[in-house]
Design a protein around this ligand. Structure first.
Ligand SMILES: [Zn+2]
Length: 292
């Protein structure tokens, strides 16, 4: 608990006048993407950095089997918990669950077991570390269900698969050094609706690691980024270098810091979206490619 607190403190944003400016987004839509062209991508905020993403056809949860608050991070509001319990609203008809890593504000094994056992068609593809913690709660289900799969993407050898009309690429993105070096953290690139959406979990603010993941050469249309990347420093360099042209949502914001973060972001990064409440939604339409 102590170390989690320290982590949370480190992430606390310190207000400074904006030092960086982004270009207006001008997005190229690649041909060859999975899914119907020109469908919107809808992002629904759940708990912490948990979201449901959908193109109206395929529905994917990322880091969204989080119900209880943990450390300074939020859980689901009381009025939304029944939706989780009953697989309704944003938790209905989920095709795929993705989980970036095993930390408790990204996945809660009791609830992950509950969700997966209640659903009938949802697939779960994640790391051995995440599955390992779930195994302690629902061993038989996790070890016997064909809907649960351990994946082991490596640098240069991502795990790529299709679910519904979405194509998903999973790749390692370091969580950090020292005690964090052992935490397996995944980046998820979801191609749907003719666009690419990126979720990075708790990726370290390391340009080297983003380059190693191949993000130098990948056009991202929508990026979900922990809010501390927007503080002056290495995170900001990562955002500018790799995600400068994407439309951005700042995530992983502790409820107690929400007002402070929103004030800072609206001054320094007014183009970055914040979905401050559970069930807040954003829709992203493909931006037509403009001829030079
Ligand atoms: Zn973490």
């Amino acid at each position: 608990m102590q170390s989690r607190r320290q982590t949370a403190d480190k992430r606390s944003i310190r207000l400074k006048p904006g030092m960086f400016r982004f270009c207006a987004a001008s997005l190229l839509v690649f041909s060859g993407l999975a899914g119907p062209v020109s469908a919107d991508i809808n992002v629904t905020q759940l708990a912490n950095d948990g979201v449901m993403v959908s193109d109206g056809e395929t529905r994917i949860l990322i880091d969204a089997l989080v119900v209880e608050p943990y450390s300074v991070y939020g859980g689901l509001p009381v009025d939304v918990q029944p939706m989780f319990d009953n697989l309704t609203g944003p938790f209905s008809d989920i095709d795929l669950v993705l989980i970036s890593h095993r930390h408790h504000e990204h996945n809660q094994p009791v609830y992950a077991c509950q969700f997966m056992q209640k659903s009938s068609q949802t697939q779960l593809k994640t790391s051995e570390q995440v599955i390992g913690l779930m195994r302690e709660r629902c061993r038989e289900f996790v070890t016997t269900s064909p809907r649960v799969e351990v994946i082991d993407p490596l640098h240069g050898n991502p795990t790529v698969f299709e679910v519904g009309d979405a194509r998903i690429t999973v790749f390692p993105l370091s969580h950090g050094t020292q005690s964090y070096a052992r935490i397996e953290n995944f980046g998820h690139l979801i191609e749907m609706g003719g666009m690419r959406l990126l979720h990075i979990g708790d990726a370290a603010m390391s340009a080297e690691d983003f380059a190693l993941a191949g993000l130098d050469s990948t056009q991202i249309d929508v990026a979900l980024i922990p809010f501390w990347f927007f503080q002056p420093g290495p995170g900001n360099e990562v955002v500018t270098r790799f995600l400068g042209e994407s439309r951005k949502i700042a995530v992983h914001i502790p409820p107690s810091e929400m007002d402070e973060v929103k004030a800072y972001m609206s001054e320094s990064f007014p183009e970055v979206l914040i979905l401050s409440k559970t069930l807040d939604k954003a829709s992203f339409a493909p931006i037509p490619k403009t001829n030079p």
